[in-house]
Every structure is written in structure tokens, then in C-alpha cells.
Design a protein around this ligand. Structure first.
Ligand code: ZN
Length: 150
């Protein structure tokens, strides 16, 4: 099932950890709808701008998978509202900055990025239909800071 031009539902539910532990990581209709919104409003514009093929490293996570990954129960990944992304050849800081300046998102987090190491960490981005917060954070050393710090 295709969610948008370049992204399939399989792209947004795949998980090596789920496969290995035989966790059924299957979103319901509402969650699939949210994943479609993320694909159209976040992933496609990134693809169009950077013109590089990429697949999110994490999208939908059922509660069980999310807990195995030691993510909080409040994670937007559980609702199909968030993706973790890296674009080959693009620094994760530059990717986060481009999203910040160009996209309408709910929450953007530059996670585990180490200045001077372009491929370190990843970019977490969420999208919701209404009431988007446009919140921008950097997460490292178990601490959230406002804005993008690189
Ligand atoms: Zn994430």
C-alpha cells in the first residue's frame, strides 16, 4: 500500500527489532491515516528538496515495540504521527534546520547529534492534522534543550 508518491506503508512500519522479536507492528486505520499525513507533509517535501532517496529509520511503533525500544508511552510514534529520518549525504543538523525553516510540523527534535559529526544522531519529526505546535528541540545527554543546537 502506497501512502504517498515515494513512501509505502511498509516503509513506515518496518522494524528490524520487531521482526527479530516477532512483534506484530501493525497500525490500525486511524494510525495509517496519520502515517499518510506524515508522508505527504513531511517526507515528500524533504524528498523533493534534497532529491535523495531515503527510507525513515523508524515510523509507526506499536506500544509493545515502543517499550522494547525504551521510548516513552507518550511517543508520537505509537500514534503514527512521527518519523525518525536521515538523508544520505546531508548532515542531520542541516536536515533539521531545513525542516525548521520550510515545513509546517508539530514537533522537531534533533536527537543525539554531535557537532562536527554530520551523520551522528537523527532527526525526529511529527505531524498532526490540527494544532501543530511548531516545537523545536535538541536532545542529547538525556536533556531536551530549546531550538537546534549543533
Ligand atoms: Zn522519533
Amino acid at each position: 500500500m502506497q501512502l504517498s508518491e515515494h513512501f509505502s506503508l511498509a516503509d513506515l512500519v518496518k522494524s528490524d527489532v520487531a521482526n527479530r522479536l516477532k512483534i506484530k507492528n501493525i497500525p490500525n486505520e486511524k494510525e495509517i491515516n496519520c502515517l499518510g499525513q506524515v508522508a505527504k507533509n513531511i517526507l515528500e517535501p524533504i524528498w523533493s528538496h534534497f532529491k535523495v532517496s531515503f527510507v525513515p529509520s523508524s515510523g509507526y511503533r506499536c506500544l509493545k515495540l515502543n517499550r522494547v525500544l525504551k521510548s516513552k508511552d507518550t511517543s508520537q510514534h505509537i500514534k503514527g504521527e512521527a518519523v525518525d529520518i536521515e538523508v544520505p549525504g546531508i548532515s542531520n543538523f542541516d536536515l533539521a534546520e531545513w525542516i525548521y525553516k520550510n515545513l509546517d510540523f508539530d514537533q522537531l527534535i534533533l536527537e543525539f547529534y554531535k557537532p562536527g559529526e554530520p551523520t551522528s544522531g537523527w532527526v525526529h519529526c511529527s505531524y498532526i492534522d490540527r494544532g501543530r505546535r511548531q516545537e523545536v528541540l535538541t536532545y542529547s545527554d538525556q536533556t531536551y534543550s530549546n531550538g537546534l543546537i549543533g
